[in-house]
Design a protein around this ligand. Structure first.
Ligand SMILES: NC(=O)c1ccc[n+]([C@@H]2O[C@H](COP(=O)([O-])OP(=O)(O)OC[C@H]3O[C@@H](n4cnc5c(N)ncnc54)[C@H](OP(=O)(O)O)[C@@H]3O)[C@@H](O)[C@H]2O)c1
Length: 261
């Protein structure tokens, strides 16, 4: 398959790195020349990667065109391009619906949307698709797990939940600082927390459908420290803070959708 990327930023670099690492069934990868540091790095990594100075060449030379530009750049970048009717397109552009993209482009397209995460570079990503598309599975499957959302609301909810990435590291930072203030070397604190959470992530993913609630109970001796930690976290507003943050981001995603429709 020939893949083309309009926009060669952080997520394109992660996807292309993953595809090369996975030795995926991709014969040619076309990338935008703009963002020349990343495009040159990708072209250096494989002779299957070709840099195009004109986005139109990417559209015409690809079986699947991946839109990987920021939402605020999308209209200006896409409206001059000429796509063929029914052309296969994968949009990574957050909050912009497929209908809006087709409207900007002015041609009916075969579009699916995807939310790959940076860990696709290490082949441990999870990518939500809407609608499910077998070509999307072919591209993102080798880079980790693929989830087909059944509705746009479900897809938007994955987009919201994926925004917890920064919070995850933010919480680890708070815990590492706490450990440092209580006697640990900063590096030791970070290594310790990485190991604790790596172990828990492994346990959770190997637990084959066991609810998180059950895993929490299994990791909490009655009357013990883990039980106390979670109870204190909840009674101090931890759950409310998380739900409020999820609702706020979901609201932003919903409003962005409504404002363009
Ligand atoms: N990063 C993630 O984890 C992630 C995950 C899922 C989805 N997404 C979505 O993917 C899209 C890209 O995200 P990103 O993090 O990769 O952003 P990014 O690092 O800012 O990359 C966007 C790239 O597009 C380039 N660009 C802008 N206008 C262009 C044009 N007309 N032609 C060609 N290239 C152009 C930008 O170049 P300049 O810097 O020169 O403007 C920049 O290199 C966003 O819509 C984002 O919501 C990102």
């Amino acid at each position: 398959m020939k893949l083309g990327f309009i926009g060669t930023g952080a997520i394109t670099e992660a996807i292309v790195t993953g595809l090369l690492r996975a030795q995926a069934d991709v014969t040619e990868i076309l990338v935008s020349e703009r963002s020349s540091v990343i495009s040159a790095r990708l072209a250096d990594a494989s002779d299957r990667v070709r840099i195009c100075s004109d986005n139109q060449d990417i559209v015409e030379g690809s079986e699947l065109v991946v839109l990987a530009i920021r939402p605020q750049d999308a209209h200006a970048a896409l409206s001059p391009l000429r796509f063929s009717e029914g052309q296969h397109v994968c949009s990574l552009i957050a909050t912009v619906e497929a209908e809006t993209l087709a409207d900007w482009i002015g041609t009916p397209l075969d579009i699916f949307r995807a939310i790959p995460l940076p860990s696709v570079a290490a082949l441990s990503g999870v990518t939500a698709l809407f609608p499910y598309d077998p070509v999307g599975e072919k591209v993102f499957g080798p880079l980790g797990t693929v989830i087909g959302a059944k509705t746009l609301d479900e897809f938007d909810a994955y987009a919201t939940a994926s925004s917890l990435m920064g919070t995850y590291f933010g919480i680890l930072e708070l815990a590492a600082e706490w450990l440092r203030e209580n006697g640990a070397e900063r590096d030791a604190a970070q290594n310790y927390l990485n190991a604790v959470f790596l172990g828990l992530t492994k346990t959770g993913s190997e637990a084959d459908g066991t609810p998180f609630e059950t895993l929490r109970e299994e990791h909490s001796t009655p009357g013990g420290l883990n039980e106390q930690m979670f109870a204190t976290f909840i009674s101090s507003g931890g759950a409310a803070a998380l739900t409020t943050a999820l609702d706020a981001v979901a609201d932003r995603v919903r409003k962005a959708r409504q404002c363009r429709s």
